[in-house]
Design a protein around this ligand. Structure first.
Ligand code: ATP
Ligand code: MG
Length: 575
């Protein structure tokens, strides 16, 4: 049991005005409610209230990790370059990795993630299949020199992550722990009061193939999602696109050259020829890692998914304006028919469906109509190249997809042997043979999750905390602190609540009622007990629930019990 906190002693400088440069609501409210302050772009100081909520998020995550048998530990933030050289990531990570040298000139980095350290830690000492599986986690600061730190805690440079790593003898064991992690991640989102979805995702630089992202749904989210009523959902970056497509009703047409003076965009082309953009081909020029010219051909009404394209053609880079002349090709008039000798033609699989495409003629001011795959042009690679869109068919059930936006709060990966092989981390099986560990890694953005909660839980007055991570659970607001009928009642209610293990603060400042109400709603105390002179005279206080806005007049003697019940119900709902 601890005493009630006192607002007069609390360091929580609230702001009346919206801070400039805070674009999203969580950023604005965390600053205005006196929870954090900016130290530099993407780098924040947590003040007492903000830190209380951060620690509650951490505690929920910790409980769920412990419950599935992962063990807490702590790794260093500063990591030797040598380990990153062993994994091969020192050269590929790019400028997001903050590198530094010590006084002897030895190279280090600030950990953006900890696969290297953990793998190096276990590699010489975790030796036998009998000791596997092992799952370890930490809650620690990460540093990523993000190109565009913004949106406060949603995309910081320094941020807190829970990262876990697991080591297994085989894929089945990994799969089992991966599923347990995914289950824990879902429970974490539930306990934070988030509306969320698990989505199929791209595994990006970290490696591995099987991965799920946990998305908090929010308009302010940077991730575009597509989802289906059947439960399937994916990050648009990774979503398989099954374009809803209506071929035009012809069997075949002759290939015909048409003059299209100055017609460069798909919109101009469709208007000029009176064709549906969906029946034109958009051809984009790119270069492979080895310098090969690549044409990416897709339906004119769709967008290229560069990430998918780069999985098909390693090191793919779209050509810049200036590169076109060097290849003897003409921007706006590219097409798969008559492409320069040696061009790799990669076409979206939708192009198979149509028998009469309108394509660029690879000469200035000309297009071809009636172009037919196979008859008129060869395709080296058929692939899924386009960005999935709402209305496309669900890859799982065929239903129509919808679009949403989300904040990636966490992600689970099946890494396989990428790091263990590169770094020589092996164990001995029953027969004495050495094998690389099969690994998984799992991350929860602690500070990003906190911000995501605010993105979903706020109103025009401030934050509406879920009980599970509110900085405190109840605020008692004596409206006339100097009044000797009001103060004793408020102090006694606060004392009784604190004695019942309810986290309580009393706003004992000598401020006007309006200031106290505004701060209480801005900070977002979940339950507020208003003690006013008139009510006390009638023997009552007012109990307000922040989330519902409901106010109830309750007899003074019953107040601690009634408030404790409200708090308990709200706690239980998020357990
Ligand atoms: P993003 O795609 O948003 O850059 P990521 O996929 O690179 O994130 P992971 O490597 O999967 O991130 O890290 C695990 C978790 O750490 C993420 O799910 C997210 O919650 C959090 N996280 C990652 N980058 C940031 C950041 N810049 N600021 C705050 N949290 C972050
Ligand atoms: Mg991620």
């Amino acid at each position: 049991m601890s005493d009630a906190l006192r607002m007069s002693e609390l360091y929580a400088p609230t702001l009346k005005e919206d801070p400039v440069d805070a674009e999203v609501v969580s950023h604005r409210l965390l600053l205005r409610a006196g929870m954090m302050r900016r130290a530099a772009a993407g780098i924040y100081t947590f003040l007492p209230l903000g830190w209380r909520s951060v620690r509650k998020v951490e505690q929920i995550v910790r409980e769920e990790m412990d419950a599935i048998g992962s063990q807490e530990m702590l790794m260093p933030i500063v990591q030797p370059a040598e380990l990153w050289q062993q994994s091969g990531r020192w050269d590929v990570y790019g400028p997001e990795l903050a590198r530094l040298k010590d006084r002897q000139g030895r190279e280090f980095c600030l950990g953006p993630t900890h696969e290297e350290i953990i793998t190096a830690t276990v590699r010489d000492e975790l030796r036998s299949y009998r000791e596997l599986p092992v799952s370890l986690y930490q809650i620690n600061m990460k540093f990523r020199d993000e190109i565009r730190p913004r949106f406060g805690l949603l995309r910081g440079r320094e941020f807190i992550m829970k990262d876990a790593y697991s080591f297994h003898a085989d894929q089945d064991s990994l799969k089992e722990h991966y599923d347990a992690m995914a289950g824990a991640y879902g429970r974490i989102c539930d306990r934070l009061g988030l509306e969320w979805r698990p989505v199929e995702a791209d595994s990006g630089q970290i490696g591995g193939k099987v991965t799920t992202e946990f998305m908090a749904l929010a308009e302010s989210g940077e991730a575009a999602l597509v989802y289906c009523s059947c439960g399937w959902a994916a990050n648009v970056e990774a979503a398989e696109a099954v374009a809803a497509y209506t071929p035009i009703a012809v069997s075949s047409q002759p290939l015909t050259r048409v003059d299209t003076p100055d017609v460069k965009t798909i919109a101009e082309l469709a208007a000029f020829l009176g064709v549906d953009p969906a029946h034109t081909v958009k051809t984009m020029a790119a270069r492979s890692e080895t310098g090969t010219l690549v044409f990416l051909a897709l339906p004119g009404n769709r967008e290229l998914n560069e990430l998918k394209a780069s999985h098909i053609v390693p090191g793919l880079e779209l050509l810049e304006e200036d590169d076109f002349a060097a290849h003897g090709i003409h921007r706006g008039f590219l097409g798969p028919v008559g492409a320069p000798e040696g061009t790799l033609i990669v076409a979206d699989r939708t192009l198979k469906a149509e028998l009469a495409w309108t394509v660029g003629a690879n000469e200035v001011d000309a297009h071809l109509t009636g172009a037919m795959p196979q008859r008129d042009f060869a395709v080296d690679v058929w692939a899924d190249l386009i960005v999935a869109e709402p209305g496309d068919a669900c890859p799982s059930c065929g239903g129509a997809l919808s679009a949403a936006r989300g904040i990636e709060v966490s992600q689970v990966f099946q890494l396989g042997t990428k790091y263990s092989e590169a770094m020589g981390a092996t164990f001995m099986d029953e027969a004495g043979a050495e094998h690389p560990f099969v690994m998984g890694c799992y991350g929860v953005g602690i500070t990003r999750s906190l911000a995501a909660v605010i993105e979903q839980h706020h109103d025009e007055h401030g934050i509406v905390w879920p009980m599970s991570i509110a900085p405190l659970e109840v605020a008692v607001l004596p409206l006339q602190v100097g009044d000797d009928t009001v103060s004793p009642v408020a102090e006694e209610i606060a004392r009784a609540l604190a004695a019942a293990d309810i986290e309580t603060i009393i706003d004992d400042r000598d401020e006007r009622a309006g200031v106290k109400f505004a701060d209480a709603d801005l900070i977002g105390w979940p339950v507020q007990v208003v003690v006013g002179k008139r009510g006390v005279a009638e023997g009552v206080v007012e109990v307000k629930t922040r989330a519902s806005g409901l106010r109830e007049s309750i007899a003074i003697a019953d107040a601690p019990g009634a408030v404790a019940k409200l708090v308990q119900e709200a706690r239980d709902a998020l357990r």
